[in-house]
Design a protein around this ligand. Structure first.
Ligand code: NAD
Length: 356
């Protein structure tokens, strides 16, 4: 496994590996950029096929975190960690303590939060060995940032629909939601309250049932959700769902969801554009969760947090306008806007030249 020549390597500041034999921990932490502050990002546990797959994931996800925080106006850099293993079978208290110790070795340059395969209870165990974890503070949902993530995605949908049609309401629109877990469930709730019809799919029968019973979501088989006749497709399960084949099958005119790294490759953004599908960059519209965590730490009132998440709507409109004017993809434009913010911060930090 080589880091520097890995396809997803992008001048990451630090990539570090841990293999704590007694606990069985095999983990990677990637710090992409700390220009704006400490690298904040989730700790994911997943049964990766091999180490290269884990490295690829952590490199891509940490870069996405840099852009997410920059566009959201947060004082954070981008980082991520991955634990190689099946969260159902391989997770143990010893493993989580070892992960806490690993995170601690970075002395605060990386701050971990929950992610797929880890939950608040796991982060609490890690916190016995490091203070560099986040997302444990209480809010009205008990610290879970998912409702704020869902709200940001919902606002992204509203902006995209407004951009396309001039309509400010989602009333009567059909939205296909892939994954009705933490975020997907709350997203479906916002959509139902706004008068939209939700068609959902999930491989987890209990999550599917909850959405049907509580929210009146219509269901389809998880293999069919991508090609369902809908106005909006919302990927809220796993990454890389948008690839050459799936994009060709899509019937929705807008893609807006919470999943990280929805595009399998950078070329897929161009294919979406060429098919006339408005793609809302994931790292922009799914920033509600990290904004929430930031305000939990500050102890901000709910109104301030909501106002901050609410800025996603305006940022997305700016991306859509710039993309249309330039012919670039929305992904390229959003990345360029994040790079502008980082560059300004770097220049602001450069030491002054001696006078004369
Ligand atoms: P989750 O694990 O609670 O929910 C994911 C759901 O997707 C589960 O119900 C799972 O059964 C389902 N799923 C998995 N594979 C599927 C498939 N092939 N077809 C249909 N359903 C499938 O995770 P979450 O916290 O809701 O996050 C969803 C996505 O959003 C993830 O990609 C996550 O990284 C991203 N995200 C989450 C947050 C947050 O605040 N939770 C913030 C930013 C990004």
């Amino acid at each position: 496994m080589s880091v520097f020549s890995a396809p997803a390597y992008d001048r990451h500041e630090l990539v570090t590996f841990s293999s704590a034999n007694a606990s069985g921990l095999r983990a990677i932490i990637a710090v992409h950029d700390t220009t704006l502050g400490p690298a904040v990002g989730g700790c994911r546990m997943f049964p990766y096929a091999d180490e290269d797959a884990a490295l690829h994931d952590v490199l891509r996800l940490s870069r996405g975190m840099t852009y997410k925080s920059a566009l959201a106006g947060l004082p954070f850099g981008g980082g991520k960690s991955v634990i190689i293993g099946d969260p159902q079978k391989d997770k143990s208290r010893e493993l989580l303590l070892a992960m806490g110790e690993f995170i601690d070795t970075l002395g605060g340059r990386y701050v971990a939060a929950e992610d797929s395969g880890t939950g608040v209870a796991d982060i609490r165990v890690m916190a016995e060995r490091t203070r560099w974890v986040s997302g444990l503070e209480d809010n009205q949902y008990g610290g879970d940032p998912s409702p704020s993530t869902a709200y940001g995605v919902f606002l992204g949908m509203r902006a995209a629909v407004f951009y396309r049609t001039g309509e400010k309401s989602l009333q009567g629109l059909k939205v296909a939601v892939q994954g009705l877990g933490h975020v997907g469930y709350y997203l479906a709730k916002f959509l139902r309250n706004a008068g939209a019809e939700v068609i959902g799919a999930d491989v987890n029968a209990a999550n599917l049932r909850r959405a049907v019973d509580d929210l009146g979501v219509f269901t389809v088989d998880s293999g069919e959700i991508l090609a369902v006749e809908a106005d909006i497709f919302a990927p809220c399960a796993m990454g890389a769902v948008l690839n050459e084949r799936s994009i060709a099958a899509l019937r929705a005119g807008i893609v807006c969801g919470s999943a990280n790294n929805q595009l399998a490759t950078e070329h897929d953004a161009a294919q979406l554009r060429d098919r006339g599908i408005l793609y809302c960059p994931d790292f922009l519209v799914n920033a509600g969760g990290i904004i929430d965590v930031h305000h939990q730490r500050l102890g901000s009132p709910d109104t301030l947090r909501q106002e901050h998440v609410g800025r996603i709507e305006g940022s997305l409109l700016e991306v859509l306008r710039r993309a249309e004017a330039s012919g670039h993809t929305t992904e390229e434009v959003a990345e360029a806007m994040a790079e502008e913010i980082l560059e300004r911060a770097r220049l602001g930090r450069a030491p002054l030249k001696a006078a004369g």
